[in-house]
Structure formats: structure tokens, C-alpha cells
Design a protein around this ligand. Structure first.
Ligand code: 5PN
Ligand code: ZN
Ligand code: ZN
Length: 268
């Protein structure tokens, strides 16, 4: 039994207004946020949690977010820092399908792909205020066709190689890798807790709470489907983190991210 290793794949940054990050709280003004994916090297295989944003997509649809992404911050580039290629990843789990979490799915036609059962239907037919969040449809032929955007599938995606296995509720993805259903931010959003052999579990809050202050003050991002449900999900994550004495990691907190191990440096 090898110890599980957890790698943060730095995916670059985006610019958001403070009132988008901290809904109804602010302060306003431009704030750079990190975007990352998480690779879990586990006895049962290599699991990738989310796939970051695609630079070209972001420039086309959300140029106001002024994306920055070096070659090392693309999915193939970040894996290369670990001596890996996309084909070395067996399973991709998407916590939800906002563009900054699925932009690199196109590199994994061979992988088993997993998401919540309601996320693809929602990406196919989002609420009007969700259209920008669910703007990158390259993860799914079904979603791209439903939105009349099949012309954006440029990496050989087919119905077969973009098929997802769907889940609902809490699921143990692999031994000690727990997916906690935390809807509100999106219809099928998840947080992920990873047990470690000799250290506290890691709670990847992901978009359930963008920053430490978000979780501390139950202040979610302005991008959400159901804010009341989002608050309940944040409270649930706080309870679970306390119960398991987990170390918290936030999805879009630049100050916290500066302290995270990235590249070949890993958690175990
Ligand atoms: C980073 C970011 N920017 C815009 C949106 C949006 O409209 O829904 C989700 C989202 C983001 O995560
Ligand atoms: Zn999101
Ligand atoms: Zn996000």
C-alpha cells in the first residue's frame, strides 16, 4: 500500500470583481483569483479533480477576466512538471461544469469521466444567469450540441469519448477519497475530502466557498443557482471539516493558494 499523494496543478489566474467573489459583501474592485486542478495518486489509480480553464475559450467569452496562463499552467504543461501526460490519468471527476473547472477535459478522451447526474442536463439548458458560467461546452458533445455550439469541438470529441458516469449524493470515489454533495453554487456541485496516511484529511472546499473568508462568513460567490442551498452546503462543509479535523483548501483564494504546494511538490 503506497501512501496517497496529492498534487495541486496550478492553472493560472482570472480577474474578478470583489462583489462577485463575496456576494453582497465586497469590497468591490479587481481581485486576481487562482484556478487549479488536483491530481490524486492513489493505489486505485490516478484521479484528476477538475481540469481548470482553457485560455482561448476564456479570451473568447470572458476576456474581461483577463486570464493569465503560462504553458506550464495548461493541463498538459502542469502534468509534464510531474513527468506525466494526460493519458496517465485514469479518472476525471468534475465537481461541476463552470468553465474554470472543465476547460481541460478535452485532453482526456480515454479517461473514465464522472459527474453529478444533474450537471450535464443543467449545462445543456442552464438558467439565463448561468450561461456565462456554463460557457465552455468542450467537455461534452451532448452539451455542445444542445447549445448549438458543436463547432467548438476541435479535439476529436465524440459522444462516446465524452460520456460521463453519473453519481448522486455523497460517494467514496476511491478508498479515503470522499465526494461531498454541496449543491447551491450549481445544481450538482461537490467538495472533496482526501484522507492521508500520516496527516489530517484535506478538505478541498472547491467552489462551495471561494475563499477562507467566504467560509468563515458564509458568504458565497455571486455565481450560484440557489444561494440559500449554498449557505447550507457551506455549513455542512464546516461541520464535516470539524468532525474529521480536516485541513481546509479553498478554490479561488489567492492568499491561501500562495501557501499551497504546487508543481512536483505534493501532499501525502
Ligand atoms: C471565474 C468565474 N467567472 C464567471 C463565472 C460565472 O458566470 O459563473 C461561474 C463563474 C466563474 O467561476
Ligand atoms: Zn463554479
Ligand atoms: Zn470556480
Amino acid at each position: 500500500m503506497a501512501d496517497t499523494k496529492i498534487y495541486f496543478l496550478d492553472g493560472g489566474t482570472l480577474l474578478l470583481d470583489g462583489f462577485h467573489i463575496w456576494w453582497n459583501q465586497g469590497p468591490g474592485g479587481g481581485v486576481r483569483i487562482p484556478s487549479y486542478s488536483v491530481l490524486i495518486e492513489h493505489d486505485e489509480g490516478r484521479f484528476l479533480i477538475d481540469t481548470g480553464f482553457d485560455y482561448d475559450h476564456t479570451m473568447k467569452y470572458l476576456a474581461f477576466e483577463q486570464p493569465t496562463q503560462t504553458p506550464e499552467q495548461t493541463i498538459p504543461g502542469a502534468l509534464k512538471l510531474l513527468g506525466l501526460e494526460p493519458k496517465d490519468v485514469g479518472v476525471v471527476f468534475n465537481t461541476h461544469f463552470h468553465f474554470d473547472h472543465c476547460g481541460g477535459n478535452k485532453y482526456f478522451p480515454h479517461a473514465k469521466k464522472i459527474c453529478h447526474k444533474d450537471e450535464i442536463p443543467q449545462a445543456c439548458n442552464p438558467e439565463v444567469f448561468e450561461h456565462l458560467g456554463y460557457s465552455d461546452l468542450s467537455f461534452s458533445v451532448e452539451a455542445a450540441e444542445a447549445r448549438g455550439r458543436a463547432d467548438e469541438l476541435t479535439h476529436g470529441q465524440t459522444a462516446a469519448n465524452t460520456t460521463f458516469e453519473t453519481i448522486e449524493g455523497d460517494v467514496e470515489l476511491a478508498k479515503g477519497v470522499h465526494l461531498f454533495f454541496t449543491p447551491g453554487h450549481t445544481v450538482g456541485n461537490y467538495a472533496v475530502m482526501i484522507e492521508r496516511a500520516k496527516d489530517r484529511p484535506m478538505m478541498l472546499v472547491l467552489d462551495t466557498a471561494y475563499t477562507k473568508r467566504s467560509l468563515d462568513t458564509l458568504c458565497q460567490a455571486s455565481f450560484h443557482l440557489d444561494p440559500a442551498q449554498g449557505v447550507r452546503s457551506m455549513m455542512r462543509i464546516r461541520d464535516l471539516a470539524e468532525k474529521h479535523d480536516a485541513e481546509l483548501f479553498f478554490s479561488h483564494d489567492i492568499e491561501a493558494f500562495k501557501g499551497y504546494k504546487t508543481g512536483p511538490d505534493f501532499y501525502s
